[in-house]
Write a protein that binds this ligand. Structure first.
Ligand SMILES: O=C(O)C(=O)C[C@]1(C(=O)O)C=C[C@@H](O)C=C1
Length: 120
């Protein structure tokens, strides 16, 4: 088994529960699709939210999309003054048998500005 870490991030338009769920689901599905993964290959997912996002936990969205048996955790991102607001980030670990350089990290919506070096 080869364990790889996959990064992802997305930006919300507003801090509203349905929107958080939609953007989190979109991000997780994009991470799976970009890396040709099924949910059975997921080992764990750590989510962070910027401190301005309080409408719900991204883990709740992940459970709602069927990841109830994947260990999930949420935390608050470092509150750096001037940093991009309303961002949900994830770090997923998965059984992914590719070289680290071939892992596809996913940045969606306004979060594409966070890592232009990784932009697809
Ligand atoms: O990749 C991101 O989401 C970033 O905002 C960049 C970065 C970094 O500097 O590497 C900054 C903060 C996050 O905790 C993770 C990574």
């Amino acid at each position: 088994m080869t364990v790889r870490a996959i990064r992802g991030a997305t930006q919300l338009d507003i801090d509203e529960r349905d929107h958080l769920f939609a953007r989190t689901t979109e991000l997780v599905l994009a991470v799976l699709e970009e890396n040709s993964l099924d949910t059975g290959s997921l080992i764990s997912i750590l989510f962070t939210c910027t401190p301005d996002l309080v409408s719900d936990f991204p883990a709740a969205a992940a459970r709602e999309m069927g990841l109830g048996d994947v260990p999930l955790m949420c935390a608050t991102e470092v509150a750096v003054p001037g940093a991009l607001p309303r961002v949900v980030r994830l770090m997923a670990h998965a059984d992914l048998d590719v070289p680290r350089a071939d892992v596809r990290h996913v940045y969606l919506h306004g979060a594409t500005s966070l890592r232009k070096d990784l932009a697809q």
